[in-house]
Design a protein around this ligand. Structure first.
Ligand code: FAD
Ligand code: NDP
Length: 327
C-alpha cells in the first residue's frame, strides 16, 4: 500500500485528478488505464466494505475459469491480487478504507473515508455488489453458526463435513456453491423457489449430473432451526404452503446481490434497486465527471470480464473528460 495523502481530515489537501472507489475487476482495470495515462489515480479499496474483503466478489470464489488469459483457470483471490499488483505497478496509490460519503454537488468533488477527506476533479465508482440475506427467523442467531452467504469461504469448515447442506437460489452462484459443497457434505439440497434454474447451461448440467445434489423445486426456506448451531431448516412449498422440516447443518445463501451504493444516495441517479444509472453504451452517470463501472451499474451481465471492460471505458471517459475540463 502506498499512501501519500495522509494528512488528518481538515487540512487542505491537493486536488486529485481522479479518485476510484472500489477494488474489484472494474476498479483495478480503471486504475491500470488511468495510471498508464498519467492521471495518478487514488483508489479507495475499502475495508470489508459491504462485508466483502478488498478485491471484491472474486475473493469469495475458488477457480475462475472464464477470465481470458488463464487457460487452466485461476483462483479468484489470486486473480485479484494480480490486478492489484498491476494497478500499483503503474503508480496507483491505494487506501485501505471504505468511502463513507461523497459530495458531488460541485467540482472538485469531495470523497470522505474514516481518516481521509479528498477533493477530486473526476470520480469513478466501482463499488460492486454484496450478497443478499433472506431475513428469516433464526438467521441472526445462527449466522456464522451454520448459516453463511459464502460457501466457498466457509464450506470446508469441519462442522460441514459429511453433513446435509442446503443451498438457496437458482443462479450460477447457487449451482457453483452446490457443486463446491458436494465435495464436503454427505448431501446437498438445492432449494429453489421456481421450477427452472436461472443459471447458465453448463452450470446447470454440472449440478444435474452430480449424484450428491438434489434439487428441491418450488420451495422456499422459511426458518432456520437450532439453538447454538443450525440443526434443521423449515421448507415451504410456494404454491401449497405445505411445510416440512429437513435436518441440515449448513444453510448457504446464493440469492443474488445488492449494489453497494448506500453512500451515494441523493448524490447520483440510482434505479429502484439502487444500481447506478448510466447513459446506455457509456459509463457516464447523472453527474458530469462521475463515471460508474462494474456490477454497481450492471444488473444483467455481472461478470469479471464485463466489470473489467466497463472499468476500462470509465478510465478512458474520465481521461477525455479531464482533457476537456481541466479545472
Ligand atoms: P466487486 O467484485 O463487487 O468489488 C467491489 C468491491 O469494492 C467491494 O467488494 C468492496 O471490497 C469495495 N467497496 C464497496 N464499497 C466500497 C466503498 N464505499 N469504499 C471503498 N471500497 C468499497 N464472474 C466471472 O466472470 N467468473 C466467475 O467465475 C465468477 N464467479 C463468481 C463467484 C461468486 C461466488 C460470485 C459472488 C461472483 C462471481 N462472478 C464471476 C461475478 C464477479 O465476481 C463480478 O461480476 C465482479 O467481481 C464484479 O466486479 P466489480 O469490480 O464490479 O466489483
Ligand atoms: P442471480 O441474481 O443470478 O440469482 C439469484 C437466485 O436467487 C435466483 O435464482 C433467484 O430466484 C433466487 N432468489 C432471489 N431472492 C430470493 C429469495 N428471497 N428467496 C429465494 N430465492 C431467491 O445471482 P447469482 O449470485 O447467482 O449470480 C450473479 C451474477 O454472477 C450472474 O451474472 C452470474 O452469471 C454471475 N456468476 C457467474 C459465475 C460463473 O460464470 N461461473 C458463478 C457465479 C455467479 P429467481 O430465479 O426466481 O429469480
Amino acid at each position: 500500500m502506498s499512501i501519500e495523502l495522509t494528512e488528518p481530515v481538515g487540512r487542505v489537501e491537493p486536488v486529485e485528478q481522479l479518485v476510484i472507489i472500489g477494488s474489484g475487476p472494474a476498479a483495478h482495470t480503471a486504475a491500470i488505464y488511468a495510471a498508464r495515462a498519467k492521471l495518478r489515480p487514488l483508489l479507495f479499496e475499502g475495508f470489508l466494505a459491504g462485508g466483502v474483503a478488498a478485491g471484491g466478489q472474486l475473493t469469495t470464489t475458488t477457480d475462475v475459469e472464464n477470465y481470458p488469459g488463464f487457460p487452466e483457470g485461476i483462483e479468484g483471490p489470486k486473480l485479484m491480487e494480480r490486478m492489484r499488483a498491476q494497478s500499483e505497478r503503474f503508480g496507483t496509490r491505494i487506501i485501505t478504507e471504505t468511502v463513507e460519503r461523497v459530495d458531488l454537488s460541485a467540482r472538485p468533488f469531495g470523497v470522505f473515508s474514516d481518516s481521509h477527506a479528498v477533493r477530486t476533479r473526476a470520480l469513478i465508482v466501482a463499488t460492486g455488489a454484496t450478497a443478499r440475506r433472506m431475513g428469516i427467523p433464526g438467521e441472526e442467531r445462527l449466522w456464522n453458526r451454520g448459516i453463511s452467504a459464502c460457501a466457498v469461504c466457509d464450506g470446508a469448515l469441519p462442522i460441514f463435513r459429511d453433513q446435509v447442506l442446503v443451498v438457496v437460489g437458482g443462479g450460477d452462484s447457487a449451482c457453483e456453491e452446490a457443486s463446491f459443497l458436494s465435495k464436503f457434505g454427505s448431501k446437498v439440497l438445492l432449494v429453489h423457489r421456481r421450477d427452472a434454474l436461472r443459471a447458465s447451461k453448463i452450470m446447470q448440467e454440472r449440478v444435474l449430473a452430480n449424484p450428491k445434489i438434489e434439487i428441491i423445486w418450488n420451495h422456499v426456506v422459511q426458518e432456520a432451526l437450532g439453538q447454538s448451531t443450525l440443526e434443521a431448516v423449515r421448507l415451504a412449498h410456494v404454491a401449497t404452503g405445505q411445510q416440512r422440516v429437513v435436518p441440515a447443518r449448513g444453510l448457504f445463501y446464493a440469492i443474488g446481490h445488492v449494489p453497494n451504493t448506500a453512500f451515494l444516495r441523493g448524490q447520483l441517479q440510482l434505479d429502484e434497486a439502487g444500481y447506478i444509472v448510466t447513459r446506455p453504451g457509456t459509463t457516464e452517470t447523472s453527474v458530469p465527471g462521475v463515471f460508474a463501472a462494474g456490477d454497481v451499474q450492471d444488473k444483467v451481465w455481472r461478470q469479471a470480464i464485463t466489470a473489467a471492460g466497463t472499468g476500462c471505458m470509465a478510465a478512458l471517459q474520465a481521461e477525455h473528460f479531464l482533457a476537456a475540463h481541466p479545472e
